[in-house]
Design a protein around this ligand. Structure first.
Ligand code: PXP
Length: 241
């Protein structure tokens, strides 16, 4: 099972100061050292975190792992995808006011637009994945619209507790099975963290998990001690000189 690491949050921290650090490309390289099989960037229409240049640099300097471009199914984004040529495009719904992608694509409402985007991107050799809710009808529609892959939204499972979480897990399992049965490659992601990833990772047949927030959050915890120590050492060295 592949692990795709989403580095958007690194760019979010950078944008807090609009300076050069932290740099998503550097973080991506470090994630690969840690075993990431892929790097995801979500180029939002409002460019609130990842910028076009980040995507170009990730494409140029990261080799041998999958570059997954998350994007809305708009003309502008399709143009960018065809120019930059990621290894995979994941189509997501996008609302300007949302904090993160809130749900899967509405394939019934936007089917035509999504089918055209799939065709435009896949005809140039880039496989397209659809981020969808864990519903059988959405799996079937994804196949019908021509997608090569789907990414099952695990957010409901991740946010639920007790019986509701067990039910949500069953929905994910059923959706994964249906996806595999109808010949789709099936990924999963959203809201996965150390405490809930194992039950999703145990589902047979999932191709890859796509995780961002938890990895970046834990990177802060794992690194803050060292970063503080290093700053303290520099301050002490200056006093001694
Ligand atoms: N998959 C998709 C389609 C997403 O939009 C996101 C969030 O950017 C993720 C996976 C990763 O979710 P999280 O940050 O909760 O791990």
């Amino acid at each position: 099972m592949l692990l795709g690491v989403n580095v958007d949050h690194v760019a979010t921290v950078r944008e807090a100061r609009q300076e050069g650090e932290p740099d998503p490309l550097t973080a991506a390289k470090m994630a690969i050292k840690g075993g990431a099989d892929g790097i995801t960037v979500h180029l939002r229409e409002d460019r609130r975190h990842i910028h076009d240049r980040d995507l170009q640099l990730v494409r140029r300097y990261i080799k041998n792992v999958e570059i997954n471009l998350e994007m809305a199914a708009t003309k502008e984004m399709i143009g960018i995808a065809l120019k930059v040529k990621p290894d995979m495009v994941t189509l997501v719904p996008e609302k300007r006011a949302e904090l993160t992608t809130e749900g899967g694509l509405d394939l019934k409402k936007s089917g035509g637009k999504i089918a055209r985007a799939i065709d435009a991107v896949q005809s140039k050799g880039i496989p397209v994945s659809l981020f969808i809710n864990p519903a059988i009808s959405d799996i079937d529609l994804s196949k019908k619209l021509g997608a090569t892959l789907v990414e099952i939204h695990t957010g409901l499972y991740a946010n639920a507790k007790g019986k509701k979480q067990t039910e949500a897990l069953t929905r994910v399992r059923k959706a994964v099975k249906r996806g595999i049965d109808c010949g789709l490659l099936v990924n999963a992601g959203h809201g996965l963290k150390f405490s809930n990833v194992k039950k999703i990772a145990a589902i047979m047949g999932i191709r890859g998990l796509y995780i961002g927030h938890s990895i970046i959050a834990n990177a802060i915890y794992l690194g803050i001690e060292d970063a503080t120590r290093q700053m303290k050492r520099l301050i002490h060295e200056a006093k001694g000189s």
